[in-house]
Design a protein around this ligand. Structure first.
Ligand code: ADP
Ligand code: MG
Length: 714
């Protein structure tokens, strides 16, 4: 069903701030080019170019009262002398100024300076205002690299002098004073014309400033504004902008989710005894989390609209069986199910697991990947088309045009981060409003999950099946290499297998980085001539990779040296040791994923993190987190704090608006408020027909720019 909010609709009101900065008086080609370097091309960009900090000039200190407290202090005085001074016995020079007020004098010094421009800018007897941190040497007062500005005659007495000033990120040719002047003009002229997408009712309910007010406070703070809050980005004005950002993000997700629920399908009959049947074949009891996840899915099946659910669970937590239980209900209701995995090997793994039960249940399952002969595939296509197949398991081969389902009811997508929103949509289209179950083993911080997966319902499997061996993790340094090799030998002597992972494929500019290719050779020829060493890396063809992994799985190799391509999902129960070289170069989530490759069988398993000799204290602290915890969510949280949202959002960015204030994602409280308002609005006035929502609707269209159309297909 077509959503009311689509981008090709004509815009009813124009946003007067969507114009080029060239429209602003005083900004010509040169300035606009410089602003462009800062990412500012429109007036709106300029309004959202937020100060990186503030300078507090509200209190002018008498020079005699200057203290060496380390706090920033502001003085007003007259330049008594200025010029370049040579260091004793050196050709290096610094720039020095002596500045006096009625109470005393202070020396300002610059070590990085352009002497000529300093001499042009400043003259003896100029009156200046300067801010900086003072150092006391006896009765001598000194300030290094202060912010300094010349005062016009009379300016020193003006009440305008004592204020908080925004400090923007500068660029060559665009000094602070110029940026300030330009932004001030733009704020004064345009801020009030910017459409405010948060209705007054909502503003009152959430106690929010108006948009123009917030931007004005941020760029042109008044004397009595909250300096600390402004400088920390936590002021009321910032909160308003962050709310705004999160609200429109969530509103898009809410509408996307809502449009999915417009689709209809018959409610599934779940009275069949699938559960007992399949359960009687399972060699284990379901965990409480698995049972809960299935209950969630059954709840969705009872509704007359398709499911869109995310199943999150660490590697080995048993997501496949949950998906299979879901598939069986759908099949018993006369539909087909499809499982889509990102690689052939993962597809085969699922296929093997499904086959264990399918035959006993009298179901027909097929494997569909890129390889295999044409004629066999043609047969499979026919069987799928004519409904002789119940479950199709495969790679993206499943979403090819040639594949058509007789009646696709459920699409299960494994390892979601490899598939974009678009592929999901294509798979969904293969069925008539198919239910979608997405499985991911990539833990994501819970708050971020509300953004990245905000349009999906979510079930979490947060426990591993009982009796699962825990993977012990230990951090080693380069000098322990011999010990690590002994460890590897020991595992292989016990008939186990070992992964050794490297961060890079080939030697590049980072010569100190051991590369997988070299290392595989060394390990084979020099360290372990008696064992079988294989190599796997990202430059290999898909086929080659699959072949090597199959060899390793088939125990034809003892050691698999690999780059991170081994990261996702591969199941080798006999592998009991994972050695990660240059562990300091990996992100925490990635390390966690890698570690998940072992401990998948009944054998006690270990992960060795080898940190390079030059690792920083920070890197070692990060690695300690991995050493100490196996909680994927905790690790994801830490990783997110360290690396920021970019990495996490990258995967779905194409389907979402860009964030202007990345920090917004850390503001949990505002996120929840914005999300609940967004879902409330999507519920109460989804088409935003009420007059007070017209601007909201317009801003939504601008922010999402066509990306919401994906809502139509899921
Ligand atoms: P993942 O969540 O990583 O996809 P899988 O579904 O591949 O995990 O399950 C990993 C292994 O655990 C499989 O061999 C599966 O049969 C087994 N398993 C799943 N659920 C349970 C359970 N409740 N008890 C014991 N073993 C289980
Ligand atoms: Mg899996």
């Amino acid at each position: 069903m077509q959503q009311a909010i689509s981008s090709n609709e004509t815009k009813d009101t124009l946003n007067p701030c969507a114009v080029s900065v060239r429209e602003v008086s005083g900004i010509g080609p040169r300035l606009s080019e410089l602003l462009g370097k800062k990412g500012i091309s429109t007036v709106e960009d300029a309004l959202y170019f937020l100060p990186r900090t503030y300078e507090d000039r509200r209190t002018i200190t008498r020079i005699a009262d200057a203290s060496g407290s380390g706090l920033f202090q502001t003085f007003v005085g007259t330049i008594k002398s200025l010029g370049m001074v040579a260091y004793r016995g050196s050709r290096k020079r610094f720039f020095k100024m002596t500045i006096c007020d009625a109470s005393g004098s202070i020396t300002a010094k610059w070590f990085h300076f352009n002497g000529r421009s300093m001499m042009v800018r400043f003259k003896k007897n100029d009156q200046v205002i300067l801010t900086g941190q003072v150092k006391l040497y006896g009765s001598q007062k000194e300030v290094l690299h202060p912010e300094i500005e010349i005062l016009e005659p009379g300016e020193a007495e003006s009440p305008d002098l004592k204020k908080m000033l925004p400090v923007y990120s500068e660029t060559e040719g665009l000094p602070q004073k110029t940026i300030r002047r330009l932004i001030k003009r733009i704020v004064e002229e345009y801020a009030s014309t910017l459409p405010d997408g948060i209705s007054e009712t909502m503003r009152r309910r959430q106690n929010l400033l108006g948009l123009a007010d917030a931007l004005t406070k941020i760029h042109l703070p008044a004397v009595d504004d909250d300096f600390d809050g402004l400088a920390a980005g936590t002021s009321e004005a910032h909160r308003r902008l962050i709310f705004d950002e999160l609200f429109f993000l969530q509103l898009g997700l809410a509408l996307r989710k809502r449009s999915l629920s417009y689709d209809k399908r018959k409610c599934y009959d779940i009275s069949n005894n699938y559960h007992d049947k399949l359960k009687s074949y399972l060699p284990f009891e379901l965990t409480a989390s698995q049972t809960r996840a299935i209950a969630d899915i059954i709840g969705d099946f009872k509704k007359p609209c398709p499911m869109n659910r995310l199943l999150q669970g660490d590697v080995g937590s048993g997501k496949t069986i949950v998906a299979l239980l879901a598939a069986i209900i759908v099949i018993e209701n006369g539909c087909q199910a499809a499982f889509m995995a990102p690689t052939e090997i993962l597809a085969e793994q699922h296929y093997t697991q499904v086959l264990l039960y399918a035959e006993k249940l009298g179901l027909k399952a097929v494997l569909l990947t890129g390889s295999g002969s044409r004629s066999v595939k043609e047969d499979i296509y026919n069987d799928i088309d004519e409904g002789r197949v119940d479950i199709v398991i495969g790679t993206h081969a499943i979403i090819q045009e040639k594949v058509s389902f007789r009646n696709l009811g459920l699409a299960v997508i494994d390892e979601q981060h490899r598939f974009g929103v678009r592929q999901r949509a294509t798979l969904k289209k293969k069925g008539c409003n198919a239910d979608i179950l997405i499985m991911t083993a990539t833990p994501i911080p819970r708050t971020l999950g509300l953004t990245v997966y905000g349009d999906l319902d979510c079930s979490v499997i947060d426990e591993l099946p009982p009796g699962r061996v825990k993977v012990t993790t230990k951090l080693y340094g380069e000098r322990d290499r011999k010990k690590v090799y002994d460890r590897i030998a020991q595992e292989i002597e016990n008939q186990r297998q070992v992964f050794v992972v490297y961060p890079l494929v080939e030697e590049s500019e980072k010569i100190d980085l051991k590369n997988a290719t070299d290392m595989a050779r060394t390990l084979q020829n020099e360290v372990f001539p008696g064992y079988r060493v294989g190599l796997l890396h990202g430059r290999m063809s898909g086929e080659e990779k699959e072949r090597i992994m199959a060899h390793f799985k088939g125990k034809q190799l003892d050691i698999l040296v690999s780059t991170t391509v081994v990261e996702v999902g591969i199941d080798v129960p006999n592998a009991s040791l994972m050695v990660i070289e240059h562990a300091e170069r990996f992100g925490l989530s990635q390390l966690h994923q890698l570690r998940g490759r072992v401990g998948r069988g009944e054998h006690p398993s270990h992960c060795i993190l080898l940190a390079h000799a030059g690792s920083t204290g920070d890197a070692v602290r990060r690695l300690k987190i991995i050493e100490q915890t196996t909680d994927g969510f905790k690790i994801a949280e830490e990783d997110f704090n360290i690396r920021g949202p970019g990495e996490f959002l990258g995967v779905r960015q194409s389907g979402m608006p860009d964030l202007r204030i990345a920090r917004a994602l850390y503001d949990v409280k505002t996120l929840h408020a914005a999300r609940s308002e967004a879902f409330r609005l999507a519920d109460e006035d989804p088409e935003m027909m009420l007059p007070e929502h017209h601007v909201t609707r317009q801003v939504l269209q601008e922010r999402w720019q066509g990306k919401l159309e994906l809502a139509d297909v899921g």
